[in-house]
Design a protein around this ligand. Structure first.
Ligand SMILES: Cc1ncc(C[n+]2csc(CCOP(=O)(O)OP(=O)(O)O)c2C)c(N)n1
Ligand SMILES: [Mg+2]
Length: 792
């Protein structure tokens, strides 16, 4: 078996190098952008991946492959029949294999997407936590848990989110997680700083991880055992990273010259070195642990516990290729001449580059017999589906004269927590230390905090009164996180892929303060890119959080909500709207259709995640009963709170908590002008998305395509002006004028907020009724609006 593994290692090195070469040289006339970073970076982990996939992994294991090892991963899948030659030939081209392994874009069973370094690493930990959560509830077999494995670049370890995750993992007794660090001592720009290994080691140990170092290969160990071996080992241990890299690049002769200079030629070490010819000496010095497939298999398979393990595998970037060791090799590519030599070495005939068993010493029958028995692939594709979990047909509407959307959210969840339904049991909530302040405390009171072991409530035992009685144990449905927002989003990514990774549906709901979305934005993007499904509730938001000041007041988040793919964002003003949106969201996060041309030109059949931007400001709630059409408009993104009449000169379009100001302004305006309209926008995101999609459809020839906002604004006379208002960036709604060419004045917040009373801030930033009236005055074409002066 060992020999076959070595053959496979060579084969995979060939296929991945050829994939990149093909994309860059052979398709050069197709104007393909040259690839940086793949050839050398892939080769670095070639042996590690070969060992894992062919001799270590089990079907229930999941792997996050570091971004630049994508060609190695795909080569392995190709060998196993899960990737096509056409897609490999189109590496980095339209429809081809992705530069970075992608769950959503690649066809070959990528477990965890990577690309933005650091995030895939943390994803393994939170996926393991998700596994623990499911196992504790007997939703998956606790005796057959998978391991979650990240292949990590050493420079990738600079990413802060990895360390945030390490601490969080400690708090949750993380297990079944392996991180394999590709310690090639090179980053993208060059050779990295000396001495990082002991630092990695101590950080991991401090967080309760087992640390296993793979430094010397078997050939090296054998040399160390010989006379002079000790000195050779000392030399290797003390060689600076850049020197080792430079000599690796130069090869046997250079190694000899340098070793002769540093170690006495007549000494046992000198004689030891001279017992190898140049080629052997180069092989010896490059025989680091991360390239010794026997050692790798043995070491990985020797782990007999479920504690998290960090493997620090010494490697050479570009191993096996002429690029090996060169400090600039990240963007290096083999020249056609080098490829020809490499081809000859690999015994691959021209025209047979993609043949699976070309150039191998083992017969095809032997190879096939081996591949057929690889345990990891025994169960085929491991992409699961989970049954739809029926959400409640209606949610009870929280009632109160005055209520904030945040309070409404808390009460809706609290009501759900009472229900012993399948749906309620699938909800899992999480929050980075803002559970109480985002109004989920009541839900947690009823549903408890998740932990693998039962925890005591000391305050309760001591009979100290407290509003919050959070029991802790395996049945808990809330994951309490530390403050790091990156962890929140990656947790949501993992929980939100439970149906696909584990075949069990979860409905994850995560809360945080709206401004701090920015802190975890890349992780949020990452979660959406993987098509994870969750509901993000961000509250408080905007300058309406008046006394808290500028640091906590969000401005740009509505634009984030609009721009983020895979995330439908809403900002309801009233709790009846929120109730409807939540009911819809419970269904939406579970959809997985393919039709892109569904209702209102939104891609609703495909489903996605949801972002709710909520407020802490209590508003007087409308006394109304929503009919089905009204409910649909709330979901589609807007409805006429006050429809325009034929003489409508002014329409006020608001989103969110500023509703009362819009309504008040409309009241004033109505005293002077007929037919004033008020458009209640619940989702600028969905309005805009529908408008864009319908425009695209019309361009493609479907002249009947019309989006929701186009239909709504068609009611507005061409001479009307639209005043838009939002507690957020004015660009969120200013585009409304582009729909049918109405003039627009946009009110919102562009500059950091400050402390004050809400009325003060609304006045200062121009969000109040007066500001709306002024803006309306600037738009009307006839005589000035009479009330303006009276109000100021
Ligand atoms: C968040 C993020 N920042 C920057 C990059 C660009 N980038 C890709 S790999 C890399 C570093 C490569 O070094 P290492 O992790 O050691 O991998 P190696 O090249 O040695 O295989 C960088 C900066 C990225 N992909 N993601
Ligand atoms: Mg590196």
């Amino acid at each position: 078996m060992r020999d076959i593994l070595k053959e496979l290692e060579r084969k995979i090195l060939w296929l991945s190098a050829w994939t990149i070469h093909n994309a860059n040289h052979l398709r050069a006339e197709e104007d393909v952008v040259k690839v940086g970073g793949h050839q050398a970076s892939s080769a670095s982990m070639n042996a590690i991946l070969t060992a894992l996939y062919f001799a270590v992994l089990k079907p229930e294991d999941r792997v996050a492959v570091k971004p630049h090892a994508s060609p190695v991963f795909h080569a392995i899948q190709y060998l196993m029949g899960f990737q096509t030659r056409e897609k490999l030939e189109a590496f980095r081209a339209f429809g081809g294999v992705q530069s970075y392994p992608s769950r959503t874009k690649d066809i070959d069973d990528v477990d965890i997407s990577t690309g933005s370094v650091g995030l895939g690493v943390a994803m393994t930990a939170f996926a393991s936590l998700t596994q623990d959560y499911l196992a504790a509830k007997n939703l998956i077999n606790a005796d057959k848990l998978g391991r979650f494995i990240a292949l990590v670049g050493d420079a990738e370890m600079d990413e802060g989110n990895i360390f945030e995750c390490l601490l969080e993992g400690y708090k949750h007794s993380l297990r079944n997680t392996w991180w394999i660090i590709d310690y090639n001592r090179q980053s993208l720009d060059g050779v990295i700083r000396e001495g990082l290994k002991p630092k990695f080691e101590s950080v991991f140990r401090a967080c309760g991880w087992d640390v296993v170092t793979l430094k010397y290969g078997r050939m090296m160990e054998a040399a160390f055992a010989r006379d002079g071996g000790e000195q050779l080992r000392d030399w290797i241990d003390n060689a600076p990273n850049d020197l080792y890299s430079a000599l690796t690049f130069q090869g046997g002769k250079a190694w000899r010259t340098r070793l002769h200079a540093d170690l006495d030629r007549q000494s046992p070490a000198g004689r030891l070195i001279d017992s190898y010819d140049d080629e052997q000496l180069s092989a010896l010095m490059c025989n680091l642990g991360g390239h010794d497939i026997d050692l790798l298999v043995e070491t990985f398979n020797s782990i007999d516990h479920d504690r998290p393990v960090c493997f620090i595998a010494y490697t050479i970037k570009g191993m096996g290729l002429p690029l090996a060791g060169h400090k600039d090799n990240h963007s290096g590519l083999m020249t056609p001449k080098q490829m020809e030599e490499f081809r000859a070495n690999m015994k691959v005939r021209e025209g047979h580059e993609w043949d699976l068993f070309e150039g191998l010493e083992h017969s095809e029958a032997d190879m096939r017999a081996f591949l057929d028995k690889v345990p990891f692939y025994a169960k085929g594709r491991r992409r699961f589906d989970a049954a739809y979990v029926e959400p409640p047909k209606t949610l009870p509407l929280p009632t109160a004269e005055e209520m904030s959307t945040q309070e409404g959210f808390g009460r809706i969840l609290f009501d759900l927590a009472r229900e012993q339904t399948e749906f309620a049991s699938r909800i899992v909530t999480t929050s980075p230390d803002v559970t109480v302040s985002t109004n989920m405390g009541g839900w947690v009171n009823r549903r408890g905090v998740f932990d693998r072991s039962e925890g005591a409530d000391r305050f309760k035992e001591e009979k100290i009164a407290s509003t919050y009685r959070w029991t802790q144990g395996p049945s808990g449905q809330h994951l309490e996180l530390g403050i790091a927002e990156n962890n929140l989003f990656i947790t949501l990514a993992a929980l939100g892929l439970s149906h696909s990774l584990f075949g069990q549906r979860l409905i994850p709901i995560g809360t945080l303060y709206d401004p701090f979305i920015a802190r975890g934005l890349d992780a949020l993007n990452y979660a959406c890119y993987q098509n994870a499904r969750f509901i993000l509730v961000a509250t408080p938001s905007g300058i309406t959080l008046a006394p808290e000041g500028g640091a906590h007041q969000s401005i740009g988040t509505p634009l984030i909500g609009m721009a983020q793919d895979g995330l439908a964002s809403f900002e309801p003003a009233f709790v009846d709207e929120l109730t409807e949106i939540m009911r819809w969201s419970f269904d939406y996060v579970q959809r997985d259709g393919k039709d892109e041309k569904s209702t209102g030109w939104l891609r609703d059949e495909t489903g996605g995640s949801v972002y709710l931007r909520l407020s802490t400001m209590p508003l007087e709630q409308p006394k109304r009963t929503l009919d089905d059409a009204h409910k649909q408009h709330i979901i589609d993104g807007a409805y006429w709170l006050r429809p325009p009449g034929p003489n409508c000169e002014i329409c006020i379009a608001y989103q969110g908590v500023v509703a009362p100001e819009a309504i008040k302004a409309a009241g004033f305006l109505a005293e002077d002008r007929n037919d004033v309209a008020v458009l209640a926008v619940t989702s600028a995101d969905r309005l805009n998305a529908g408008w864009q999609a319908a425009s695209r459809a019309r361009r493609a020839g479907d002249r009947s395509a019309q989006s929701h906002i186009e239909s709504l604004l068609a009611d507005l006379p061409a001479f009307s002006g639209i005043v838009t208002v939002i507690d957020g960036h004015p660009a969120t709604l200013s585009w409304l004028g582009g729909v049918h060419g109405h003039r627009v004045a946009s009110l919102g917040v562009e500059h950091f907020g400050q402390s004050g009373r809400i009325a003060q801030l609304y006045d200062y930033y121009g969000l109040d009724a007066t500001a709306i009236l002024h803006a309306a005055g600037s738009l009307v074409q006839g005589r000035p609006i009479r009330y303006l002066r009276a109000i100021r």
